[in-house]
Design a protein around this ligand. Structure first.
Ligand code: ADP
Ligand code: MG
Length: 245
């Protein structure tokens, strides 16, 4: 396997007195696709938010693309440019059109010309199969469409790594598949490094190289998807899977 593009070494984090991440060690190879699952409150979001410094860890080391995450703002900016993130609740700018949502970062952060940014935006809107929605506002789209816009918006920044935090869990059931299909396509066509918090087992089996199970701030178990879902070793993993299956 190639060198790790993300490395967490003995990472610990507290919210006040609450020990939310406990001795997390994780190494992600370039191009690797990882699914993270575990009960609500186990620290999944906190862990992936630490990777682009939306949260700060207090102990241990996090390296992204060879750079250690510290308080150095220049490094944080550089890392955020490499790391795209898609949230449960889309987080689109409601007062901007879909096209404007996609071109804002490329124009202001990457200093692209408007014409270039719009061409790239349309390319990714086609990829997520909603080029016809470019002139609309987020509020005029379905949840599934909004999430696909959010994915396209991240891709417009040409990230090396994509983080997904339960991207389908706020969607009505009939819209889950259209978003998962886009993510499967991305995984299969782009070779992008992906970390995805999700309980969508079909997705995990299809694209994940590794499934990681977290509970109470710790990584309890990790394995290939088939081994993980078919023969979980840890009792807590077994209990969790019996509840979601
Ligand atoms: P998960 O994504 O696995 O559901 P989170 O990482 O969101 O879990 O949260 C882990 C724990 O940390 C939860 O108990 C949650 O209430 C707590 N927590 C998350 N964010 C904060 C915060 N900003 N301040 C205090 N506690 C938090
Ligand atoms: Mg979460």
């Amino acid at each position: 396997m190639s060198e790790a593009i993300i490395r967490l070494e003995d990472v610990n984090k507290w919210f006040g007195q609450f020990h939310v991440l406990r001795n997390i060690n994780l190494s992600v190879a370039q191009g690797e696709r990882i699914v993270i699952c575990g009960p609500s409150g186990s620290g999944k979001s906190t862990m992936i938010r630490c990777i682009n410094r939306l949260e700060e860890h207090q102990q241990g080391h996090i390296f992204v693309d060879g750079v250690e995450l510290t308080n150095d703002l220049k490094q944080i900016e550089a890392i955020r440019r490499d790391v795209g993130m898609v949230f449960q609740h889309f987080n689109l700018f409601p007062h901007l059109t879909v096209l404007e949502n996609l071109t804002l970062g490329p124009i202001w952060v990457l200093k692209q010309s408007r014409a270039d940014a719009e061409a790239t935006a349309m390319k990714y809107l086609e990829r997520v199969r909603i080029p016809d929605q470019a002139a609309k506002y987020p509020g005029q789209l379905s949840g599934g469409q909004q999430q696909r816009v959010a994915i396209a918006r991240s891709l417009c920044m040409s990230p090396k790594i994509m983080l997904f935090d339960e991207p389908t869990s706020a969607l009505d059931p009939e819209m889950v598949k259209e978003v998962l299909d886009v993510m499967v396509g991305l995984a299969e066509e782009s070779g992008m490094t992906m970390l995805c918090v999700t309980h969508e087992m079909g997705f995990a089996r299809k694209v994940a190289d590794r499934v990681i199970f977290m509970d109470q701030g710790e990584i309890i178990e990790e394995n290939t998807p088939d081994a993980f879902f078919d023969s979980p070793k840890n009792e807590r993993t077994q209990l969790f899977l019996s509840q979601i299956l």
